[in-house]
Design a protein around this ligand. Structure first.
Ligand SMILES: Cc1ncc(C[n+]2csc(CCOP(=O)(O)OP(=O)(O)O)c2C)c(N)n1
Length: 546
C-alpha cells in the first residue's frame, strides 16, 4: 500500500475523485494494480479510449472535479486525443494518465513511445512526464490544481512503467478549495451606477455559472434589475429558456435580426464567459476591438478577460460572487425603456423558437421527435447530444429549464453523446438521461453503450438515422451544389444491433408512432434504444429551379 501509484491515487481520493474511465494497457499495469486497493474509486472499463476520455469529460462537467481517464502509451494515447481537445475547448478539468515506456528507453524511439510534451503541448494546460517515483503524489496534486484553476482544462500525467510500483513515503498533498474572488467595493459601486442608468443592458452569461449556486445567482441578478440574459455557446442550461428575460443563446444559427438587436444594447455584462469565437459570432459582436457599448467582462481567468474585446471594466473574479455583489440593496427603479427592450428581445427569440411544422416524404422530421422528448422529459432530465444537424431542434426549440442539463460538446465533436450519457447516468442514477445521436456519430463511439447494459443504466438512446453525414452534406450542397461525395452512409440494422447488445429496441418509421415509442422508452428500468428513420430532405438547403 505504499507504492508510488498508491500515493497518486490517495491524492485523487483525497480530492473527491471517486471514478476513473479506462482502457487497460501493459504500460500502466502498476497503476491498475494499485487501483485494486481503492474500492472507493469506481473503475469504468471502456471499449475505446475516445469513449473513456469523453466519459471523463462529461463526468467532470457534472461534478466540477477533474474527470480522470487512464490509457496506455502510443496507440491508447493517440485514441484519447479527441477527448483532450474537447476538454480544452469546453473548459473542462480533465486528468489524463498515460503509461510510458521505462525510463531507460525514453527518447530512444522505443516501442509505442511518444513524446507527450510535444504531442499534447498545444491542447493540454500541463504535460508532465514523471521521472522519479517520489514525484507521483505531487504531480497528482498539481494536476488537480492546474486542471481546475483559471479556465479549467486538460492536464496529462505521463508515468513510465518502471516507476509505478516503487515504495515511497506518503506526504499529505491536499488543499481546500479556494474562496471565490469578488471585485473591490469601489468597482462594484461604479458598476451599480452603470446598471442603474442603462436603458438597454444585456447579460451574456457563460459556463462560470455552472458553479454551485451559480444559476440561482444569475436569475436573481437578472430579475432584480430586469436585465435580459443571452447565454454563451451551448450553455442553454444555466438560465431558464422559458423565462421572459431569456434573450437566447449566442450560437451557430442566430438570425441577423437578433444579433442586430443585441448590438443596440448600451451595456453588456459578459459574466463567466470567455466570449470566444462562436459566442461573439466570429468576433463580430460586439465591435472589435472596442465595443460601442459599455462592456464589462468578468471571468475567473486573467488570460481571458479582454483577450478579444477591450472592456471598460475588466474584472478577474468569480462571476457568481460578482452577480451576488451586484444585487441591489433595495428594489430599484427600472428605466421604462428597459422593459420595452426586454420585451423586444423576447419577441425576437419567440419568433424563431416556435416548433416547426414541416412535412417530409423521406422520413420523420427529427424536430417532431425532439418535441415528444421535450413533452415527456422530467424536470431534472439530463440530455446528452452528439454532434450533427439532428441536434439543431434541441438547441433551438427544447427550452431547457434548470435543473435540466444539456450535455453537448462545445468542441462540436462527434462521438461524445453516447459516452456522455453513460457517465451522466452513472453520476446521477436517479435522474432521467436521454441521449440523442446521429447515425454517423453513433458508429464512432456507440460501442460504449454496452456499459449501459452491463450496469443496467436506464438510459434512453434515440438514434436519428438519415443515412447521411447530413451536417456536411448540407455544406456540400451549399458550396458545391449537386456534387455529393463521401457523405452518404450505408448502415447496419440498428434495431438488431441494439438487441444484440442486450437492450430493448424499437424502430420508428411513422411520425404518429413517435410519442408512444418515447413513452415506452422512458418507462423501462434498463437501457432502451429507439432508431428513428429521419428525413434527410428537410435538413437540406432548398434548391430553387427557375
Ligand atoms: C470526430 C468528428 N469528425 C468529423 C466531424 C465533422 N462533422 C460534423 S457533423 C458531421 C456529420 C454528423 O453526421 P450524423 O452523426 O449522422 O448526424 P447528422 O448531421 O446526419 O444529423 C461530421 C462528419 C466532427 N465534428 N467530429
Amino acid at each position: 500500500m505504499n507504492s508510488s501509484s498508491h500515493a497518486l491515487l490517495s491524492v485523487f481520493q483525497a480530492h473527491g475523485i471517486d471514478r476513473v474511465f479506462l482502457v487497460p494497457g501493459e504500460s500502466y499495469l502498476g497503476i491498475l494494480n494499485a487501483l485494486y486497493d481503492f474500492p472507493g474509486i469506481d473503475a469504468v472499463t471502456c471499449r475505446h479510449e475516445a469513449g473513456a476520455g469523453f466519459m471523463a469529460v462529461a463526468d467532470a462537467r457534472l461534478t466540477r472535479r477533474p474527470g480522470v481517464a487512464l490509457v496506455s502509451r502510443g496507440p491508447g494515447a493517440s485514441n484519447v486525443a479527441i477527448a483532450v481537445h474537447t476538454a480544452q475547448q469546453d473548459a473542462i478539468p480533465m486528468i489524463l494518465i498515460v503509461g510510458q515506456v521505462p525510463r531507460a528507453d525514453l527518447r530512444r524511439e522505443a516501442f509505442q513511445e511518444i513524446d507527450y510534451q510535444r504531442m499534447y503541448g498545444t491542447i493540454a494546460k500541463w504535460v508532465f512526464e514523471v521521472t522519479d517515483p517520489g514525484q507521483l503524489a505531487e504531480a497528482a496534486f498539481k494536476a488537480i490544481r492546474l486542471a481546475t484553476s483559471g479556465t479549467p482544462g486538460p492536464v496529462v500525467l505521463v508515468v513510465p512503467e518502471d516507476l509505478q510500483q516503487q515504495p515511497v513515503a506518503r506526504p499529505q498533498w491536499t488543499a481546500p478549495g479556494h474562496a471565490g474572488t469578488r471585485p473591490d467595493d469601489a468597482t462594484v459601486h461604479q458598476l451599480l451606477g452603470r446598471i442603474e442608468a442603462a436603458e438597454r443592458p444585456l447579460i451574456v452569461a457563460g459556463g462560470g455559472f455552472e458553479a454551485p449556486g451559480g444559476r440561482e445567482a444569475l436569475s436573481a441578478l437578472a430579475e432584480a434589475w430586469q436585465i435580459p440574459v443571452a447565454l454563451s455557446f451551448r450553455r442553454h442550461d444555466i438560465f431558464s429558456n422559458l423565462h421572459p428575460l431569456y434573450a437566447g443563446e449566442l450560437g451557430l444559427a442566430n438570425p441577423n435580426a437578433q444579433i442586430d438587436a443585441f448590438r443596440q444594447s448600451d451595456l453588456i455584462l459578459a459574466l463567466g464567459t470567455r466570449f470566444g469565437d462562436i459566442t461573439s459570432q466570429g468576433y463580430s459582436f460586439p465591435d472589435l476591438p472596442r465595443p460601442a457599448q459599455t462592456f464589462v467582462h468578468a471571468c475567473a481567468d486573467d488570460h481571458m478577460v479582454g483577450l478579444h474585446f477591450t472592456p471598460d471594466f475588466g474584472l478577474v473574479c468569480d462571476p457568481v460572487e460578482l452577480a451576488r455583489a451586484l444585487m441591489p440593496a433595495a428594489i430599484p427603479e427600472i428605466p421604462p425603456a428597459r422593459t420595452v427592450w426586454a420585451r423586444q428581445l423576447q419577441e425576437i427569440r419567440e419568433g424563431f423558437t416556435a416548433w416547426p411544422r414541416r412535412s417530409a416524404g423521406d422520413g420523420i422530421d427529427f424536430a417532431q421527435v425532439v418535441k415528444c422528448v421535450r413533452e415527456q422529459a422530467s424536470a431534472d432530465a439530463i440530455v446528452c447530444l452528439d454532434a450533427g444537424t439532428f441536434a439543431a431542434p434541441v438547441y433551438r426549440h427544447f427550452g431547457f429549464v434548470p435543473p435540466q442539463r444539456l450535455m453537448s460538446p462545445l468542441s462540436g465533436t462527434m462521438g461524445y453523446g453516447t459516452p456522455a450519457a453513460i457517465a451522466s447516468q452513472l453520476r446521477f442514477p436517479g435522474r432521467q438521461v436521454i441521449c440523442m445521436v446521429g447515425d454517423g456519430g453513433f458508429m464512432m463511439t456507440g460501442n460504449e453503450m454496452i456499459a449501459a447494459v452491463e450496469r443496467k443504466l436506464p438510459i434512453l438512446f434515440i438514434l436519428a438515422n438519415n443515412g447521411s453525414y447530413a451536417s456536411i452534406r448540407i455544406q456540400q450542397e451549399l458550396h458545391y451544389p449537386g456534387r455529393v461525395l463521401g457523405t452518404g452512409l450505408f448502415n447496419p440494422d440498428f434495431e438488431q444491433l441494439a438487441r444484440a447488445f442486450g437492450m430493448q429496441a424499437q424502430r420508428v418509421v411513422r411520425s404518429e408512432d413517435v410519442a408512444a415509442a418515447v413513452k415506452r422508452g422512458l418507462a423501462g428500468d434498463g437501457p432502451h434504444f429507439i432508431e428513428v428513420k429521419t428525413s434527410l430532405s428537410v435538413t437540406l438547403p432548398q434548391r430553387h429551379s427557375d
